[in-house]
Design a protein around this ligand. Structure first.
Ligand SMILES: NC(=O)C1=CN([C@@H]2O[C@H](COP(=O)(O)OP(=O)(O)OC[C@H]3O[C@@H](n4cnc5c(N)ncnc54)[C@H](OP(=O)(O)O)[C@@H]3O)[C@@H](O)[C@H]2O)C=CC1
Ligand SMILES: N[C@@H](CC=O)C(=O)O
Ligand code: NA
Length: 360
């Protein structure tokens, strides 16, 4: 049984939680960490000896190793004396676009980053054809519903010949938290819209730039991924209707900081929408749906009847319903936290274990 090797890119909220979970794996299942990076620093193992995980915060901060370019990282991994895996814990488009070159060198990819699977359909094709040419593996469970078993469930439904007819629900931990707090079904709201957005960012639910959640693109990316797995050739997250919650006047904000500082000026718009829902005895939720037969995908706000599962969601919970021929009128439902560093890292670590076990 040969040793496996791992490179980890990104040590933000998810990356840190992942490294902590990696350090707790039993020795025989833990690949040797041979490369670790953040955007401007990296540690490269000498002679493929494992980097000590417990020392990484200080060793990465003090590292003076020249920062390797992605093709150099791929070359370093492909020269390792055993099979290697790259774990992408960034939200970088550049890293996502490098997956075909890692995979074509036999390096497996594990990631919560949605970008590679929801950008152009061409990149999606390149990733899976590169993987099949070398038998490298690609696992990205946490790219939809964080650690919830959403992608594995959908793949199992499809692989076993069920016909998925419709997928719908709440796909964003951030949007769920925002509306469950701002427009709760059973108690008083706590705070203005902009205060709740700031809390979602602090809790680590949002994308590195919260505008990527509020503009609907995070949900649109997730639906693109699920639609493609269900067999639809969706070109990308801008190829169907997506409702943005970014106020028109803030569309040109030059940074996330400027956006957050000006958001309180627009609290009254969301307040008005919430009141309208309340007067109809409803609450506001941000939902998405895929109609597989017609190929229609849409994402946006909905006023939801009180007492329904969507209206009763709490915290950052996602609620994902798969309607299929076998399941009939009662969908297969997956519910639970859909964002947060620990639950996202759990999906990443579990994917890593699947790759390690299949490489043995
Ligand atoms: N947070 C969540 O609940 C969930 C997150 N995800 C996904 O997980 C990923 C990580 O999210 P999160 O940890 O919250 O984000 P963070 O912003 O906290 O961390 C991102 C990390 O990536 C690093 N980074 C950026 N570009 C590069 C690069 N080119 N090479 C190496 N490192 C790089 C950053 O470095 P630096 O610190 O130097 O800037 C930072 O360490 C994202 O793709 C996100 O969509 C998925 C599901 C849920
Ligand atoms: N920002 C995302 C994180 C997980 O994908 C969300 O809020 O769902
Ligand atoms: Na998931």
């Amino acid at each position: 049984m040969s040793r496996t090797y791992v490179a980890v890119l990104g040590v933000g909220g998810v990356g840190k939680a992942f490294l902590s979970q990696l350090s707790l794996l039993p020795d025989h299942l833990r690949p040797a960490l041979i490369f670790l990076s953040r955007s401007s620093k990296n540690i490269v193992s000498k002679d493929y000896e494992p980097i000590q995980i417990s020392q990484y915060p200080s060793s990465l901060a003090s590292s003076s190793s020249p920062v390797l370019k992605l093709p150099e990282v791929a070359q370093f991994l492909s020269n390792a004396p055993g099979r290697s895996i790259v774990v992408d814990n960034t939200s970088s488009q550049d890293v996502a676009e490098a997956y075909p070159s890692f995979l074509s060198k036999g390096i497996s990819v594990v990631t919560p980053n949605k970008k590679a699977f929801s950008s152009s359909y061409g990149l999606w094709g390149d990733i899976f054809s590169a993987a099949s040419s070398t038998n490298a593996m690609v696992y990205h469970e946490s790219s939809v519903g964080a650690g919830l078993p959403v992608i594995s469930t959908l793949k199992d439904l499809v692989a076993t010949g069920d016909q998925v007819t419709r997928i719908e629900g709440v796909f964003s931990g951030t949007m769920s938290y925002l509306f469950n707090t701002f427009s709760p079904a059973d108690n008083e709201p706590s705070g203005s819209w902009s205060e709740i957005v700031a809390k979602a960012k602090e809790a680590g639910f949002t994308e590195p730039d919260p505008r990527d959640d509020l503009n609907g693109m995070d949900v649109a990316r997730k639906l693109t991924i699920l639609a493609r797995i269900a067999g639809l050739k969706v070109e990308g997250p801008t190829s169907f209707p997506v409702q943005s919650l970014i106020p028109k006047e803030l569309e040109s904000a030059s940074s996330a900081e400027e956006f957050m500082s000006k958001l309180p000026d627009h609290d009254k718009d969301m307040e008005r929408y919430k009141k309208e829902a309340k007067s109809a005895n409803k609450v506001v939720r941000y939902v998405g749906s895929i109609d597989v037969a017609s190929g229609a995908v849409k994402v946006g706000l909905q006023m939801v009847e009180l007492g329904t599962p969507t209206a009763s969601l709490r915290g950052s919970d996602n609620l994902i319903c798969f309607y299929t021929q076998r399941y009939g009128a009662n969908p297969l439902v997956i519910q639970g936290a859909g964002a947060g560093a620990e639950v996202t890292a759990m999906g990443v670590t579990a994917d890593l274990l699947k790759v390690v076990e299949r490489l043995r």
